[in-house]
Design a protein around this ligand. Structure first.
Ligand code: FES
Length: 83
């Protein structure tokens, strides 16, 4: 398995729509962050996290890729070393 990478330290606010399928980038390599671009994770052994919501929700999506509650920010980014 390749290492998870992300140069972004902190979540992004996003409004999720019910009935829509989302695919959150878990490897950090996607060119369409915070979502999977269906290409960049190939060969890493890291798969995107697919999810849906049942109602419109404003959420904070993790961009550091270290959250324990994917795809949502759980504050872990605050404990990471900053470059
Ligand atoms: S951005 Fe907050 S836990 Fe990853």
């Amino acid at each position: 398995m390749s290492e998870i990478t992300s140069s972004l330290n902190g979540p992004v606010e996003y409004e999720l729509q019910p009935g829509k399928k989302y695919s959150w980038c878990q490897c950090g390599r996607s060119k369409t962050q915070p979502f999977c671009d269906q290409v960049s994770h190939k060969g890493t052994g890291i798969e995107p996290k697919d999810f849906t919501v049942s109602q419109t929700r404003k959420v904070w999506l993790c961009m550091c890729k270290q959250t324990k509650m994917p795809p949502y920010c759980d504050g872990t980014h605050n404990k990471l070393k900053k470059n």
